[in-house]
Design a protein around this ligand. Structure first.
Ligand SMILES: *[C@@H]1O[C@H](CO)[C@@H](O)[C@H](O)[C@H]1NC(C)=O
Ligand SMILES: *[C@@H]1O[C@H](CO)[C@@H](O)[C@H](O)[C@H]1NC(C)=O
Ligand SMILES: *[C@@H]1O[C@H](CO)[C@@H](O)[C@H](O)[C@H]1NC(C)=O
Ligand SMILES: *[C@@H]1O[C@H](CO)[C@@H](O)[C@H](O)[C@H]1NC(C)=O
Ligand SMILES: *[C@@H]1O[C@H](CO)[C@@H](O)[C@H](O)[C@H]1NC(C)=O
Ligand SMILES: *[C@@H]1O[C@H](CO)[C@@H](O)[C@H](O)[C@H]1NC(C)=O
Ligand SMILES: *[C@@H]1O[C@H](CO)[C@@H](O)[C@H](O)[C@H]1NC(C)=O
Ligand SMILES: *[C@@H]1O[C@H](CO)[C@@H](O)[C@H](O)[C@H]1NC(C)=O
Length: 253
């Protein structure tokens, strides 16, 4: 009996120590995701500043591609679809209101991507995105309706995070604007609703999307931790049941 208790005790202690170490490793990695660095050629960085100040309310870094369905003439009238990457911005601007911050990016001459982050209680999210795009014969082969179009979604709730933190998702995030336009964000990290005069550069602690956590080896320590906790629970339950089962025998003696 004493031997079993000794083994169980040692096992529990070891499990707790290992779980604590794994949790710490995960936390440690998160604290590092604060620099606003570009990842490749297609990734762009944006600082939207308060009026008359060089302090930002939005810091964002991402690459974007747009999947666009359009009407084309190929014998008969059909719909085709093209994927168009965001290119180096011609210019960008934005606004820093108390309840919402907007980023407006102009690229490919007349294309415009607008993103609005809104505050809700202690959190903020991307709540609106609008793309103005130009159907031309280069990017949209055999297109019939050439010219400017737009697609907007004002009911989004993406990249949700607590004010004072950034949101990071290097994996693909798909956002539908309407039935014809989908935005593919990659290498995304952004922080909005940054209070006036608090910072000039660098993100605060990042909350990561599930795909990033699953896609990296960060999941391994988490799984080991969970498996150990389950094992400990099972051993404890078996131990308690074992003791109860034998009690009547003791009472009869
Ligand atoms: C965090 O960053 C520092 C320096 O930037 C580096 O020395 C350290 O190894 C990083 N930690 C992790 C867990 O990546
Ligand atoms: C960036 O673009 C340049 C030329 O456009 C190319 O030579 C280079 O390989 C690209 N780098 C990456 C990381 O894609
Ligand atoms: C905001 O200020 C930073 C300097 O802190 C500057 O690099 C950046 O271009 C400014 N953003 C805009 C949109 O003017
Ligand atoms: C989507 O595109 C089709 C033409 O391809 C057009 O008829 C339709 O109105 C568009 N839908 C929206 C929501 O813009
Ligand atoms: C454009 O239409 C022509 C016929 O009108 C067809 O031969 C060609 O393959 C089409 N091109 C594309 C990219 O769909
Ligand atoms: C255009 O039509 C031809 C014949 O109908 C078809 O073989 C071809 O794949 C079509 N092109 C596109 C891009 O859909
Ligand atoms: C668009 O971006 C993707 C991924 O970043 C890349 O593989 C592709 O070659 C790009 N397309 C063009 C036309 O630049
Ligand atoms: C942003 O906030 C202002 C004032 O609080 C409001 O008038 C405006 O409609 C909001 N814009 C969006 C896109 O939510």
């Amino acid at each position: 009996m004493l031997k079993t208790e000794f083994y169980t005790g040692t096992f529990i202690l070891l499990s707790v120590i290992i779980s604590l170490i794994s949790a710490d490793a995960v936390f440690e990695e998160k604290k590092n995701d604060t620099s606003v660095k570009t990842v490749d050629n297609d990734t762009f960085v944006f600082y939207v500043n308060y009026t008359g100040s060089d302090k930002p309310c939005i810091i964002a870094r991402f690459s974007a591609a747009f999947q666009i369905t359009y009407l084309a003439q190929n014998g008969s009238s059909t719909t085709h679809s093209s994927v168009v990457n965001m290119t180096k911005p011609d210019k960008y601007s934005g606004s820093c209101m108390e309840q919402n911050n907007t980023l407006k990016i102009t690229f490919r001459d007349q294309w415009i991507l607008e993103m609005t982050y809104s505050n809700h209680k202690s959190e903020y999210a991307l709540t609106r995105a609008k793309l103005t795009y130009k159907i031309d014969s280069d990017l949209f082969p055999n297109a019939t309706n050439l010219g400017l179009n737009d697609a907007e979604n004002t009911e989004l709730s993406e990249f949700n995070v607590i004010v004072g933190k950034s949101y990071k998702c290097y994996s693909l995030s798909k956002i539908d604007l309407n039935q014809n336009v989908t935005i593919d964000f990659r290498n995304y990290q952004a922080q909005a609703l940054i209070k006036a005069d608090t910072k000039t550069e660098g993100f605060d602690t990042a909350v990561e999307c599930v795909a990033d956590i699953v896609g990296s080896n960060k999941l391994v320590p988490i799984i080991i931790g969970i498996v150990l906790i389950v094992l400990v629970a099972l051993v404890l339950v078996a131990y308690v049941i074992g003791r109860r089962r034998y009690r009547p025998t003791y009472q009869q003696v």
